[in-house]
Design a protein around this ligand. Structure first.
Ligand SMILES: O=C(O)CCC(=O)C(=O)O
Ligand SMILES: [Fe+2]
Length: 351
């Protein structure tokens, strides 16, 4: 599959975001310095690389499984289209989402598989998927989802500790009973694209794990108006904080605006695939800062405008509202889909 190649190599004349590299194995061992590094990365930019995570082969199998699915004829993929009701699971066709305030439509397609469906397989919780996915659910998708979720839970335990929250406080917002919006995704953008694959947005979940082969992912540092590329590093996951975790932490952890542009330099001639896993809170969990549980969070909330970290919705309601707005294909939808980063002045959406 040519689109999965890492060559031609990433050019060295484009601006690159200076992300911290976090060693997962050091976190597993409870290394205090690495925990500090992770906390610093999540507070500053909300993006970091993760190495030694042990899921590289699982991710490679996801690229093949989902890459093959996205290569199916359009009519077949459309049988699984997510629709306009605010549901994220299934297929998102090209041109369904606005990427900027002028109403420019996106050129990316994705396939999303619900964490709930992967973990309960063969019991269906949300929806059905094409045979290219169901035939690999047990040996590819479910292990990827389970391992990615475990990684995020370890990262959350570090954040609990560093935020002064009681142990388990962030975990329990992601219960294993009931439904949640967590999902695995593969994004594909065509070769020689002339517009954004995914417009500026912040992720609306808790934590995202992104496996990149070709470049194109860009992030904007808080207080800057410049886009910086995130250079794919072999064997490294790009991790980022989503809006829900920014809200729970009263803004201490940053959910930063990012987008997907055509790959830089010679890489632009190829189709680009990425594989991601999104941890999202349980659908019934109220999205609200945890200031009653941590003095650090309460101090942060007390300095923010009233209501900033209290959108007045459950995680499930909020996610579906955002997706519905994104698909309105209008300037109004674009504005309504903005997440916690609206305060930065960047015109962003949430995904
Ligand atoms: O494709 C990527 O590198 C990132 C995708 C992304 O930001 C998203 O799906 O929310
Ligand atoms: Fe994203």
């Amino acid at each position: 599959m040519p689109g999965l190649l890492t060559s031609p190599s990433f050019p060295n004349d484009v601006p690159i975001a200076p992300l911290h590299v976090i060693d997962y194995q050091l976190l597993v061992r409870g290394d205090a310095e690495e925990m500090d590094n992770l906390f610093q990365a999540a507070r500053e930019l909300g993006f970091w690389y993760l190495k030694n995570h042990g899921t590289e082969e699982d991710a490679q199998r996801m690229f093949s499984t989902f890459g093959g699915t996205l290569d199916l004829p359009l009519a077949e993929k459309m049988l699984y289209e997510q629709g306009d009701s605010g549901n994220s699971f299934g297929y998102k066709a090209k041109g369904k989402i606005v990427t900027d305030k002028n109403g420019t439509l996106d050129c990316s397609e994705f396939f999303n598989v619900a964490q709930d469906d992967a973990l309960s397989w063969p019991t269906v919780i949300h929806r059905d998927y094409p045979a290219t996915i169901t035939s690999r659910m047990q040996d590819v998708v479910t292990p990827f989802v389970r391992k990615s979720r475990d990684i995020n839970f370890l990262l959350l335990s570090v954040f609990e500790h560093k935020l002064g929250l009681p142990r388990g406080d962030l975990w329990k917002l992601h219960p294993s009973t009931g439904t949640c919006g967590g999902e695995a995704r593969c994004v594909k953008t065509p070769p020689n694209a002339q517009q954004a694959g995914i417009g500026a947005h912040s992720d609306f979940g808790t934590l995202s794990l992104v496996h990149n082969r070709l470049g194109g992912l860009q992030v904007m540092q808080p207080g800057s108006d410049k886009w910086l590329y995130i250079k794919p590093l072999p064997g490294h996951i790009v991790c980022n904080v989503g809006d829900a975790l920014a809200i729970f932490s009263g803004g201490i952890l940053r959910s930063c605006v990012h987008r997907v542009m055509p790959p830089p330099g010679e890489q632009a001639r190829y189709a680009r695939h990425s594989v991601a896993f999104f941890t999202r809170p349980g659908d019934q969990i109220p999205l609200r800062h945890l200031s009653e549980r941590s003095k650090m969070v309460s101090d942060s909330v007390s300095q923010a405008p009233p209501g900033q970290y209290e959108p007045g919705a459950t995680a499930g309601e909020w996610t579906s509202r955002r997706i519905r707005s994104l698909r309105l294909k209008s300037r109004a939808g674009w504005l309504a889909s903005q997440g916690t980063e609206h305060s930065s002045g960047v015109q962003s959406q949430t995904h």
